[in-house]
Write a protein that binds this ligand. Structure first.
Ligand SMILES: [Fe+2]
Length: 243
């Protein structure tokens, strides 16, 4: 493990706000598990749907401050950053301006979720709009987006447009015969995947794995490839710069 630890860009660790952590005890347990997995920066990304107005930014920031205090009690180098996982709809920039959506850690990066069967036309148009407003959209668990996964031409197109792609650690855990994991490794090798996320929701079904996944990647991919994914991109993200 490198000296800066891992960045987990996608998590549902804040209590009682979405289908993730149920209470502060669970949040604390998830933070401890993430810490044991080598994570030192975790972005809290509660689901954000248009109709979900209980999620004003101040509420999330306050929950993050408390989660960050818990993280600090585990280790002073461990931090929780505020964010959202925004389900795509038109008009996101205006909602950010109005204080209903948080970008990731106060940067221009924005975690955007698409329905699995969203059309490529709508995906590329939507991402183009966000890029046009100066945001760096990160497509959440791209392996679930049927119009993108398996289509390297489209992936290249949106990456060239200024977008980034996030993959869930769990999706990379498959062995030799797991075609999804093999395709994702190929994308990582071609520098088309920019961030890993645990997308953790709890401690059992969807736990905060990270190091298990990174170890697996080191076994299968050239070292520099993994280092760029894990450390290079994280460094740029933390400087709030584009990759
Ligand atoms: Fe998620």
């Amino acid at each position: 493990m490198g000296h800066i630890g891992y960045l987990d860009l996608h998590s549902h660790i804040l209590p009682g706000i979405d289908d993730g952590s149920k209470n502060w005890d669970m949040t604390e347990g998830m933070l401890q598990a993430a810490y044991r997995q080598g994570v030192r920066r975790i972005v809290a990304t509660p689901h954000n749907y248009q109709e979900n107005r209980k999620q004003d930014n101040e509420n999330i920031r306050e929950l993050c401050r408390r989660a960050d205090e818990l993280a600090q009690m585990i280790d002073s180098s461990f931090h929780v950053l505020p964010g959202n996982e925004v389900l795509y709809r038109s008009g996101i920039p205006a909602e950010i301006e109005a204080g209903h959506i948080l970008t990731l850690g106060g940067s221009a990066y924005l975690l955007v979720e698409f329905f699995p069967n969203e059309s490529y036309g709508r995906i590329s148009q939507g991402l183009r709009e966000l890029v046009g407003y100066g945001y760096y959209p990160v497509v959440a668990h791209m392996e679930r987006v049927n119009a993108l996964f398996g289509n390297e031409e489209r992936i290249s197109e949106i990456v060239e447009m200024g977008c980034y792609l996030q993959v869930n650690c769990q999706s990379l855990m498959g062995g030799f015969f797991d075609r999804q994991a093999a395709s994702l490794r190929k994308l990582i090798q071609n520098r088309k995947i920019h961030f890993l996320g645990s997308d953790c929701h709890n401690l059992s079904g969807r736990p905060p794995i990270m190091e298990d996944c990174v170890k697996r990647l080191y076994q299968k991919l050239p070292k520099e490839c993994v280092e760029t994914l894990i450390y290079g991109n994280q460094e740029q993200f933390l400087k709030k710069k584009c990759i």
